[in-house]
Ligand binder design. Structure first.
Ligand code: 5AD
Ligand code: SF4
Length: 443
């Protein structure tokens, strides 16, 4: 049963990765059919949904404190349904409901497609717990899009879950096994998005390179890239996350053939030491990674690379860490998401010996990040005086009369201009490079 549109209000608080952001958009789209519109703030909401992340301990702490605030408002008299969705919900399940007697809903990532019925149950006063994984063969990927979730760029999911077993990672537990979304559905979603003005498509999945490999009759990831590039109006294609082990020559070739494929690739390496990579069960060596980087660079000479790094993995020696430091320079990453290893419940790495002292990991992380900042700055400064093509995404976050957009190589450039430029690709001369962004002026 649907009610009057606008009669009820939902507030989303999203933590973690692009997949969570995408799932929130899908929940928003589905809840519209249930009569929900967006609340402007949590105190204005009839329903508050936290879409949570459990990748590191810190992410879980963030969600705990946010949940505390919302529950306090409820104790103070706000009439509101509170739900915890996403990876923490999947991981903790009933324990969350037990711990917080005023919590109404707990459901994992596979609850997203039937968010409507879950919310209806909660509205009737039932406490909702749903952490069952859905059937992979018939996985009901949500097809509706929510136009308010995206602007110039949009995410499109191409698979759910993950069949890898990296020993540090909790995702296979929280998001379950991998299933690829049928390619016709993906292309349809891309078309629908382009019709709303989207120009840049980012294909997302936990391990995009293994797309389609387990479904008979489905196309491969490389073939999918060519198909997306054929959709009229798609100016730029990005994708994340790649696993270096699964990145084949056909994807490398796509960098030669497809101008829509941007000259930026996020390629998480995790460590520069083959010994650590083995203990992480990543199934590639430092040498193999570097030779992949060479292949990619010969296919696309202006390709920029960013990566994910974990420092202080159990048993990581000084020597192992030095290998990560030299890899950073050799691969020439222009940016990294780098983290201290965080022990996660139920993961194989917990049982490894030699967990490191936090001080040691902290010092290593600082060294890594300092060097990364130098490299990032050298890269952005290298653009000074040059003209680059910027796809304008929106107003700058800080300055009025300034707009922001990115180059294909993922350099964020701010320059004076009006909002009419949003959605246009314009030539901009870079005047100054900073660590993560650059400033420029229109030419
Ligand atoms: N500790 C620290 N970082 C982690 N990541 C995944 N699991 C952990 C963990 N237990 C990092 C990896 C991954 C990114 C999304 O998060 O680098 O690529
Ligand atoms: Fe995303 Fe991973 Fe966090 Fe889950 S645990 S929300 S998949 S980053």
């Amino acid at each position: 049963m649907s009610s009057q549109p606008g009669s009820k209000k939902v507030f989303f608080h999203t933590f973690g990765c692009q997949m969570n952001e995408y799932d929130t958009g899908k929940m928003r789209a589905r809840l519209r059919a249930e009569g929900y519109t967006d609340a402007s703030s949590p105190d204005d909401a009839d329903l508050i949904l936290l879409n949570t992340c459990s990748i590191r301990e810190k992410a879980v702490q963030k969600m705990d404190s946010a949940l505390g605030e919302y529950r306090r408002a409820k104790r103070d008299g706000q009439k509101v349904i509170i739900g915890v969705a996403g990876c923490v919900a999947q991981q903790e399940g009933n324990a969350l409901l037990k711990r917080y007697p005023d919590l109404d809903m707990v459901f994992g990532p596979d609850g997203v497609p039937h968010i409507g019925s879950l919310v209806r149950k909660a509205s009737e006063g039932q406490r909702v717990l749903d952490t069952d994984f859905l059937d992979l063969e018939t996985y009901p990927f949500v097809q509706e899009i929510d136009p308010t979730t995206h602007g110039v760029g949009a995410f499109v999911t191409i698979q759910k879950g993950c069949d890898n077993k990296c020993t540090f990672c909790i995702v296979p537990t929280t998001r379950g096994a991998e299933a690829s979304r049928p390619s016709e559905q993906i292309i349809q979603e891309v078309r629908d998005l382009v019709a709303t003005g989207v120009q840049e498509i980012t294909l997302i999945g936990q391990n995009v390179n293994s797309y389609g490999l387990k479904n008979t009759g489905e196309i491969t990831f490389a073939q999918l890239l060519y198909k997306v590039a054929e959709v009229p109006g798609v100016e730029r294609i990005r994708y994340t996350t790649s696993h270096p082990r699964d990145m084949g020559p056909d994807v490398v070739q796509a960098y030669r053939d497809l101008p829509q494929l941007t000259s930026h690739l996020h390629l998480p390496v995790q460590s520069g030491s083959s010994r650590v990579l083995r203990r992480m069960k990543r199934f590639y060596t430092r040498e193999r990674f570097l030779s992949l980087v060479d292949d990619l660079r010969s296919a696309r000479d202006d390709l920029t690379l960013t990566t994910d790094i974990i420092v202080g993995f159990p048993g990581e020696t000084d020597e192992d860490f030095e290998q990560t430091m030299t890899l950073l320079d050799e691969a020439g990453f222009v940016g990294s998401f780098s983290f201290k290893y965080s022990p996660r419940p139920g993961t194989p790495a917990l049982r490894l010996k030699d967990h490191l002292d936090d001080k040691v990991s902290g010092a290593r992380l600082t060294r890594y990040q300092t060097r990364q900042r130098e490299l990032s700055l050298a890269w952005t400064r290298g653009h000074e005086g040059k003209v680059v093509d910027v796809l304008v995404e929106g107003p700058s976050r800080h300055d009025e009369g300034v707009v922001a957009g990115r180059t294909g190589t993922n350099l964020m450039v701010n320059f004076p201009g009006s909002l009419e430029l949003v959605g246009q690709t314009v030539p901009v001369r870079v005047t100054r490079g900073f660590t993560h962004t650059a400033r420029g002026e229109r030419v």
